[in-house]
Design a protein around this ligand. Structure first.
Ligand code: HEM
Length: 353
């Protein structure tokens, strides 16, 4: 084995072809940086997809054994994705060493190609759970004309969108959590989760901790965790309070957040926290990219034929996937006020199973 052969460096290092260096064009020095930075991004996108596929494979299992290495590996690989995204955020700074006029020297030669057409970026978004109907200016994504995708890329993205995404898989996993089973609550059988003794007690403690201005959050609580909407709510309010996760999954997620200090919840908690972090880092990247684009091309349209910075700003505001998880903080209470759990449940939550 030889270093260069193992890494196929002959292909990678020989894959930069600045168009401005071609015959009859004026060579633009910064086009090399522009190409290499995009290629570096795409390599890291590949690694992110590789890790995501592994994690989704675990969540696709009908039952995940908490006593196996499965969840710990998911946690570990999510952390790796986080580190990669942190690096990708930093990488924008390198491109920022190119001035707008350096970019103008070769920009026209690129039209109509654009980062918008990064299939891997779209796959990351789709696998994380960004659905087409929730996208800003969704018509842009279904283009195979100028500035859109090639037919094969378009089909690949469509196929991926047809499969369950990570959010749905995590939702299924959360729904399977048995914390509120009658077995652990001395035979308490409830027809509806809203009548469960834990939630009744929790809601009352939560309500007591709210300020006067926050009282309406109690009504929101019922909507988010029990799908019970107050009669006077407008369709828009109902829409705002309808989560991407099911109420049962939201209840399990809140429970994990609350009792995260039980060792048995650590891994699950860190998995949920990683999803929030991944969402934030994707959003940070969108923001850094937007600021860089504004500086680079001002208010000109993008080479990929969108409105440019205007489109990117809309995507930045709208393309959060795990907002409902970060929003759980709205419904937390002080640690010292946490309801004491029944012994049978504590025993179940212990490591002495
Ligand atoms: C001079 C540097 C850059 C400029 C001026 C620029 C400009 C733009 C513009 C205007 C768009 C909107 C689509 C369009 O109409 O083209 C866009 C989208 C995009 N660009 Fe860049 N870009 C630059 C660098 C990069 C780099 C280094 C990457 C790394 C992969 C990248 C990835 C993307 C992605 C993924 C999108 C889609 C974003 C979304 O839909 O949320 N861009 N870019």
């Amino acid at each position: 084995m030889y270093y260069g052969t193992y890494l196929h460096l002959d292909k990678i290092i020989e894959s930069q072809y600045p168009v401005s260096f071609e015959k009859d064009n004026e060579p633009a020095h910064d086009e090399m940086l522009f190409i290499i930075i995009h290629q570096a991004y795409e390599l890291w996108f590949k690694q992110i997809l590789f890790e995501l596929d592994y994690c989704m494979g675990i969540f696709q299992k009908e039952k995940i054994n908490d006593n196996s290495e499965d969840l710990n590996l998911v946690r570990h690989r999510f952390k790796r994705i986080i580190k990669i995204l942190e690096l990708l955020n930093q990488q924008v700074n390198i491109l920022d060493t190119m001035t707008p006029m350096d970019f103008l020297a070769f920009r026209n030669l690129l039209t109509p190609s654009s980062g918008f057409q990064s299939k891997q970026f779209r796959l990351i978004e789709a696998k994380l759970g960004l659905e087409i109907d929730k996208r800003h200016q969704k018509d842009y994504y279904k283009r195979t004309n100028e500035g859109g995708f090639t037919q094969p890329d378009y089909q690949h993205i469509n196929q991926t969108e047809e499969n369950k995404h990570l959010l749905q898989l995590v939702n299924d996993w959360l729904e399977r959590m048995p914390f509120f089973d009658a077995t652990y609550w001395e035979g308490v059988e409830v027809d509806n989760a809203i009548n469960h003794p834990f939630w009744k007690q929790y809601k009352s403690i939560y309500g007591d901790g709210l300020s006067e201005r926050e009282q309406s959050k109690q009504i929101d609580f019922d909507a988010v965790f029990f799908e019970q909407f107050a009669a006077e709510m407008t369709p828009e309010q109902k829409q705002t309070l309808t989560c991407s996760f099911s109420p049962a999954a939201m209840r399990a997620a809140l429970f994990i957040m609350l009792y995260r200090d039980f060792p048995v919840f650590q891994t699950s908690y860190q998995i949920l926290d990683s999803l929030i972090e991944i969402d934030h880092l994707m959003s940070n990247w969108r923001h850094k990219h937007l600021i860089m684009v504004r500086r680079m091309i001002g208010m000109r349209v993008g080479t990929g034929n969108t409105s440019g910075a205007g489109y990117l700003e809309g995507a930045l505001n709208k393309h959060y996937v795990y907002r409902d998880l970060s929003g759980l903080s709205t419904y937390l209470i002080q640690r010292s006020k946490l309801p004491k759990l029944p012994d049978s449940l504590i025993r179940f939550l212990g490591f002495n199973l």
